[in-house]
Write a protein that binds this ligand. Sequence first.
Ligand code: NAD
Length: 253
Amino acid sequence: MDYGLQDKVAVVTGAGSQIGFGKAIAVTLAKEGCSVVACDIDLEGAKQTAAEIEASGGKAMAIKTDVTKENEVQDLVKATIEKYGKIDIMVANAGHAFARGPFADQKEEDWDKDIGLNLKGVMLCAKAALPNMLERKYGKIIATSSGAAKRGAPGVEAYGAAKAGVGGFCKSLALSVASQGVNVNCVSPAIAVTNFIGGKMNPGVERMIEEIPQKRATVPQDVANLVTFLASDVSSHITAQMISVDGGSTTTQ
Ligand SMILES: NC(=O)c1ccc[n+]([C@@H]2O[C@H](COP(=O)([O-])OP(=O)(O)OC[C@H]3O[C@@H](n4cnc5c(N)ncnc54)[C@H](O)[C@@H]3O)[C@@H](O)[C@H]2O)c1
């Protein structure tokens, strides 16, 4: 299928982790013809992702951005428009769970970090990208939520709340801009062996995988394939949705 993504411009946040969803999304969008801005708080990682895309003939640049800081996110979009002339696709993917473990022991500062990165970070990315999208009546905003939003996840309550917030935010924003050419959706993966869990399997993760009906973890390419579909006009009638890519872990009526 031709996704029609040739010459589209995409920003992908959290694209620096070499084993994460963001890199797979960036590489896949580039293969489909997008110019990609690989953004991360980890500049070296973002550079590595951009270099890999360019080495295989794609167009990419790397930018260091902390998505929790409005001025940095505004600068990210400004630099994207300066370099490529527009922004068609914003993938707000950067995220992490800071408050982990027994709820009573979780620190307020970690709750703030969870909400700041996972929820406010998505909001800032959407806010920065929207003016150019609305001006051109064209845009796709896609955020990475989590099964923690849909099913809940013990021990990461703030993360679950923030990711559920991402769903509510995307739904509301999608309705605000639905008649103006901008689609807003989020994706909800199951557990994946990325830096989110320290990059390696552990007994807790093995138990979580056992609970997935397909009996396998999510892999970055699963998420990249869904994001690419949502970034394209093939899915132009899909907006205001949280779509699971989780091997059957969550079902909707
Ligand atoms: N791995 C999982 O099990 C899982 C499951 C569901 C959802 N998610 C979500 O998927 C997304 C991608 O995570 P991943 O699994 O690829 O993890 P990862 O740790 O491999 O990648 C996350 C990336 O985000 C970057 N990042 C962190 N804070 C940032 C900030 N303030 N500004 C910019 N970049 C920042 C990190 O440097 C890293 O490169 C996250 O939103 C995560 O919450 C992960």
